[in-house]
Design a protein around this ligand. Structure first.
Ligand code: GN1
Ligand code: MG
Length: 357
């Protein structure tokens, strides 16, 4: 089906001019739809990956619940994603190939960063994700459907990894040898977060679960505008959102940089990000949550490396890849970042303490 035809299945009053793919996501297919009338907005049209998201109506319902809630609480200058209903009245459209689409208003003069080039960008992203997290404090997380069960549960990801090990081909097993050993060495350290969760010491909250830098929208001056990509809204821990941001905002390279000498942890970005995030949200966090934020950062780098590695061993069935070893490159990159981050742990704790004092 043509993109124009799909676009016109939604209730907007605009005319389609052109659709340009946005390639940065690993899962869905996303297009920026330009409209021909200057008085009407442009849009984001997105095909949701049904292999990854098994219950897309529930995913859309999560987005509607949260955006409606946020719109009531947000201050005027805050931009909250706005979904457009389809002609059927539902907030998605199913095409003749059984693909699910949704449409959102594009926020004008906005863009994303793949890397935080300065602490200012890191701080702005921190404020944005921290505020988003804070505003959801009194949203009842039980209202959210679990669209990907055990998404950030390390026990689950480790068991998927173990399954992948048993059926991976020899060549990939050999190439991944060091990465496999890395998992074995560090998994117990990371599993502490799941133990705290299971023992009830960490509250389950409504979390975004994909707070990488490129899911923060900025204006042309580098000010934070809006949190985007609400696909993985689910009950979760603060550590998932804090950690996934640190993973991307405090790295000197993109997550698939193959030259590992380019990959290092940036403490000055951590300081800026943490001060933005905690400035907005510290009032709602308990002691145990706060004392494990650094573990949360390590955990998210670790689990992402583990998921890339598992997909590599499964011959790349989950993430979009651009070349044969792309997932292995991503894995090694994440583990290089984690190794470097571990050298800064004491400093990270100090930074958090200073922010909270
Ligand atoms: C995926 O599709 P995208 O880029 O928004 C993944 C996240 C990972 C991310 C790594 C549903 O997100 O968990 O953090 O890639 N989303 C899903 O960049 O698996
Ligand atoms: Mg996403």
């Amino acid at each position: 089906m043509k993109l124009k035809t799909i676009f016109d299945q939604f209730k907007h009053k605009s005319s389609f001019q052109e659709a340009v793919p946005i390639d940065s996501g690993h899962i869905n297919s996303t297009y920026l739809v330009y409209t021909s009338d200057s008085s009407s907005p442009d849009y984001i049209l997105q095909k949701i990956n049904a292999a990854v998201f098994k219950n897309i109506p529930a995913l859309i319902e999560n987005k509607i619940l949260v955006t409606t809630f946020l719109r009531l609480k947000a201050e005027e200058q805050e931009s909250i994603i706005q979904l457009i209903p389809s002609i059927s009245g539902k907030y998605y459209y199913v095409d003749s190939q059984n693909d699910y689409w949704n449409l959102m208003v594009f926020i004008p003069d906005s863009g994303v960063y793949l890397m935080a080039k300065s602490p200012k960008i890191a701080e702005e992203a921190g404020k944005l994700f921290g505020r988003f997290f804070y505003l959801l404090n009194d949203f009842d997380a039980d209202k959210l459907s679990v669209t990907i069960p055990h998404f950030h549960n390390l026990n689950h990801r480790l068991s998927q990894f173990e399954d992948a090990l048993t059926q991976a081909n020899r060549e990939r097993l050999v190439l991944a040898k060091d990465a496999i050993e890395f998992i074995i060495t560090y998994k117990d350290e990371m599993l502490l977060l799941q133990e705290l969760k299971s023992s009830g010491k960490l509250p389950l909250r409504a979390t975004h679960n994909d707070t990488k830098l490129s899911n923060a929208l900025f204006d042309t001056k580098g000010n934070g505008l809006s949190v985007i990509d609400l696909d993985t809204l689910m009950p979760g821990l603060v550590h998932y959102d804090f950690g996934d941001s640190v993973r991307t905002i405090c790295s000197s390279a993109e997550e698939d940089e193959a030259d590992l000498t380019q990959v290092s942890f940036l403490p000055e970005n951590f300081k800026a990000f943490a001060s933005g995030f905690l400035g907005a949200s510290k009032s709602i966090l308990n002691e145990t949550e706060i004392s494990h934020l650094v573990l949360g950062a390590k955990y998210m780098v670790f689990i992402m490396g583990l998921r890339f590695l598992t997909d590599y061993l499964n011959n790349d069935i989950y993430y979009k890849t651009n070349y044969a070893d792309h997932n292995l490159v991503r894995t090694k990159n994440q583990f290089a970042l984690l190794k470097n981050m571990k050298k800064h742990e004491a400093e990270m704790q100090e930074i958090i303490k200073d922010i909270l004092d």
